[in-house]
Ligand binder design. Structure first.
Ligand code: SF4
Ligand code: SF4
Length: 93
């Protein structure tokens, strides 16, 4: 039985592009009080860098579930599917 997020992510094959398919609005993220994206992402893609006051996006780990697009407090996150031949493949259906 799969116990934790790292084990679950190991069941997914990822072919990341060189460019992110998730593009946050830098100014909106600075002004965002809730930072919902940090809490809804099942893959831990988003981290807030307090020193730089910017969102770190580890798009390579994205599972393409779409939750961050819906949850973005400012509705300003640009969300696209990765280009053809990039992104994830679910190995177990
Ligand atoms: S919820 Fe949206 S605006 Fe807020 S930090 Fe995340 S991406 Fe930026
Ligand atoms: S689409 Fe899903 S997995 Fe990808 S960054 Fe958004 S919440 Fe995380």
């Amino acid at each position: 039985m799969i116990e934790n997020t790292d084990e679950k992510l190991a069941t997914v094959k990822s072919s990341p592009d060189k460019e992110s398919h998730l593009i946050p609005n830098v100014d909106d993220c600075r002004r965002c009080n809730t930072k919902n994206c940090l809490y809804v992402c099942p893959a831990g893609v988003y981290e807030w860098d307090n020193n730089e006051q910017k969102l770190i996006v580890k798009y390579e780990n994205c599972l393409e579930c779409g939750a961050c697009r819906i949850a973005c407090a400012k509705k300003s996150l640009i969300w696209k599917y990765p280009k053809s031949n990039f992104g994830i493949t679910y190995k177990q259906g």
